[in-house]
Design a protein around this ligand. Structure first.
Ligand SMILES: [Zn+2]
Length: 314
């Protein structure tokens, strides 16, 4: 079974305008690095983004899952509204739309709620999303300007812990004008100790903060991580990717690491199908001195997420 434990759906009206502008700016910069100078940010915003990435109905996502043989995916909204100004559709409505997608495709989509804990309505929304709409966990984006161990976040974590569902924190670098400093995994360390029964996922193996995260993974047995967002490393520096993943397993064990794509934008780097193939090929790879067993890779690709989310493997 293959489960993508970290993915998003993009839609213009779900995100602040400022966010889309910063994505365009970043895309222009990345493309320029590849030697392409005539990148048109306006065209990107008007044509390329909607065509390639906007997917409010989840249909592009389903098609991509079919191509990559992904059985299920965890989808979460993003709430950057407090930092960047609200999107055209309210965060409550966005969460509700995700819950409706989960209801429509219960065998494919697992949806987590997401809201900035500083919003006055955050507690009510989390309760409603989990209790009434059946959402299966909560995602937080501290890069919007709050710490995972803040008073506001702790109030939300109490609600989540009572309901025994996982919480996912973005960790690692953050697109400007959001802030990376809140996404250092060290801010989750206290959360792990104060909520020992809560399953806490640090997203993206914390990108560049991974040594910090792996050190935390040794003893924080309620801490998990996902490998979403590492496509570029896997593609361009395979040896490094193998070393880092090996080191993650050596710290966390193979039961607390999950596959993730961080789609849809990372599909500009490589397809989910290819990313999964790279990971599958790591088993007994004779070209590499770094070894992975089939069991380790099977756990990462889906077994661990299935156990975490209570999905029965057929
Ligand atoms: Zn994410």
């Amino acid at each position: 079974m293959i489960i993508d434990a970290h993915c998003h759906l993009a839609y213009e009206k779900w995100q602040p305008e400022k966010w889309w502008k910063s994505i365009a700016k970043l895309a222009a910069h990345k493309v320029k690095d590849l030697g392409i100078d005539n990148f048109d940010e306006q065209e990107f915003l008007k044509d390329i983004l909607p065509q390639m990435f906007f997917d409010p109905s989840g249909e592009k996502q389903l098609q991509m899952m079919e191509e990559a043989a992904i059985d299920m995916v965890v989808l979460t909204p993003l709430d950057y509204g407090v930092a960047l100004g609200d999107a055209k559709i309210s965060i409550k409505e966005v969460n509700y739309e995700f819950s409706k997608l989960q209801l429509k495709y219960p065998d494919k989509f697992i949806c987590f709620a997401s809201i900035d804990p500083r919003r006055p309505e955050a507690a009510d929304l989390i309760k409603q999303a989990l209790d009434e709409w059946g959402m299966k966990g909560v995602k937080f984006h501290p890069g919007a300007g709050f710490y995972p161990n803040s008073k506001e976040t702790y109030a939300m974590l109490e609600i989540i812990a009572q309901r025994d569902v996982p919480v996912l924190f973005h960790t690692g670098h953050m697109v400007q004008p959001l802030y990376s400093k809140y996404c250092d995994p060290i801010w989750i360390d206290e959360v792990c100790s104060d909520f020992p029964d809560l399953k806490i996922i640090a997203a993206h193996m914390a990108h560049g903060y991974y040594t910090q995260l792996f050190s935390m993974g040794e003893c924080n047995i309620n801490l998990l991580t996902d490998i979403s967002g590492w496509q570029k490393k896997a593609l361009n520096n395979y040896t490094d990717f193998c070393k880092i993943l090996r080191s993650a397993i050596d710290s966390f064990g193979d039961s607390r690491i999950m596959f993730g794509s961080d789609g849809p934008f990372l599909r500009a780097v490589t397809s989910d199908k290819n990313y999964i193939q790279i990971i599958k090929n790591m088993v007994n790879n004779d070209n590499s001195k770094i070894k992975f067993t089939k069991n380790e890779i099977d756990n990462i690709l889906g077994g661990n997420a299935a156990r975490l989310l209570g999905i029965l493997e057929s």
